[in-house]
Design a protein. Structure first.
Length: 123
């Protein structure tokens, strides 16, 4: 079973510790466990998928194809650079999390199960 216990919309407005404790108490009662996943930003690139070979298109032009390939290479390099920046930002966020109190979900898990959860602290 997978479910999201994030609190992006209400976490700043309410203390949800009691709710998390209730959830973990019920999970423990049925023999279930929980794996913490540190929140990370990701990047998804959506492409059209109808990539037709340029040579198969009527009116094929070598120069237009070369320009299109250069543009595609630039785009791939930009995407790769952006993904690397996201990885660095996620690594910094994990490091900073180590200097703060654990999230309310982790604290509630500790209270119910009396141990740390796999996935915490974030590696």
């Amino acid at each position: 079973m997978r479910f999201y216990m994030g609190t992006i919309w209400v976490g700043q407005r309410a203390d949800l510790a009691a709710v998390y404790t209730m959830i973990f108490s019920r999970l423990k009662a049925v023999g279930a466990d929980w794996v913490y996943h540190f929140p990370e930003l990701g990047f998804v690139e959506l492409t059209s998928g109808d990539d037709v070979s340029a040579s198969a298109v009527p009116g094929y032009s070598v120069s237009q194809t070369a320009v299109a390939e250069l543009n595609a290479q630039r785009h791939r390099a930009e995407v790769q650079r952006f993904r690397a920046e996201l990885e660095e930002a996620n690594a910094r966020a994990r490091e900073q999390a180590m200097d703060r109190e654990p999230p309310a979900t982790v604290c509630a898990f500790r209270q119910v199960y009396r141990r740390d959860r796999r996935g915490w602290p974030p590696a």
